[in-house]
Design a protein around this ligand. Structure first.
Ligand code: FAD
Length: 220
């Protein structure tokens, strides 16, 4: 159930759960208070930057070669992931938990995203047309057997409406990861994430991730 979904999520995700809106939780879902704005801004910001800022996106085609846990994602193939559970987080955002082989990891590192696709009819030649959108899982990269997406549902949004229509047991096709920077703990002293270019720290000590339109100001 959704409550146990959140319990699992609270255990699995190394984030402090706070209510981003400052109010009292209104439902049992919100007893694990989520910093939704922060999560969405951080994950979206990082991934937006990485997705669009470089003409040379690196697909980790070597990821399945490393020894260790099995990896669920494949950067070259669309793979179906089954929706296990959903939970409403706010009036327009929902959590979606997808499951896979419980002995496997998703295979996505920090600062990476996945691509999702859904069929939206056929072209003139009868070939399936797809809508494709990137998303940034918010679950712990080391989680086995599942990943979580936090998605804002737009009234006319092609993919987010598709997500909103899904029922447990339905599948979504996923490809990835898309990775630009292989982040490792303590590789930099400071990490900044912001939409507008303001103070940028010392190039020697910081990573500054900016909105795509300001990507030229990135400092590594
Ligand atoms: C790297 C990356 C990671 C991301 N991660 C996440 C994530 O974790 N969670 C998340 O929620 N989102 C994330 N996004 C955003 C996500 O990819 C989609 O853009 C988002 O879900 C909207 O897609 P959609 O198909 O639902 O909406 P779309 O169909 O693309 O439409 C979006 C909105 O724009 C409006 N719109 C569309 N076309 C027009 C038009 N011509 N004129 C005016 N308005 C229009 C629609 O009505 C709708 O409100 C990420 C984006 C990137 C680049």
């Amino acid at each position: 159930m959704a409550t146990s979904f959140f319990r699992k999520l609270a255990k699995a995700t190394p984030i402090a759960f706070n209510n981003a809106f400052g109010g009292q939780p209104k439902s049992s879902f919100s007893k694990f208070r989520l910093p939704l704005g922060a999560i969405a801004a951080a994950s979206g910001g990082i991934s937006y930057y990485y997705y669009f800022s470089s003409p040379n996106l690196v697909h980790l085609d070597q990821i399945n070669d490393v020894t260790g846990p099995k990896i669920a994602l494949n950067p070259d193939k669309w793979i179906e992931f089954e929706l296990q559970d959903t939970a409403r987080v706010s009036h327009n955002s929902r959590l979606f938990r997808f499951s896979f082989d419980p002995s496997a990891k998703l295979g996505l590192d920090v600062a990476s995203c996945i691509l999702t696709r859904a069929p939206v009819g056929q072209d003139a030649e009868g070939k399936t047309k797809y809508v494709i959108r990137p998303y940034t899982p918010i679950s712990d990269p080391d989680s086995r057997g599942y990943f979580d997406l936090l998605i804002k549902v737009y009234p006319e949004g092609k993919m987010s409406q598709h997500f909103a229509s899904l029922k447990p047991g339905d599948v979504v096709e996923v490809k990835g990861p898309i990775e630009k920077l292989r982040y490792s703990p303590n590789m930099k002293k400071h990490i900044g994430m912001h939409k507008k270019c303001k103070a940028i720290s010392s190039p020697e000590t910081s990573i500054v991730l900016t909105h795509a339109s300001h990507a030229r100001h990135q400092v590594l």
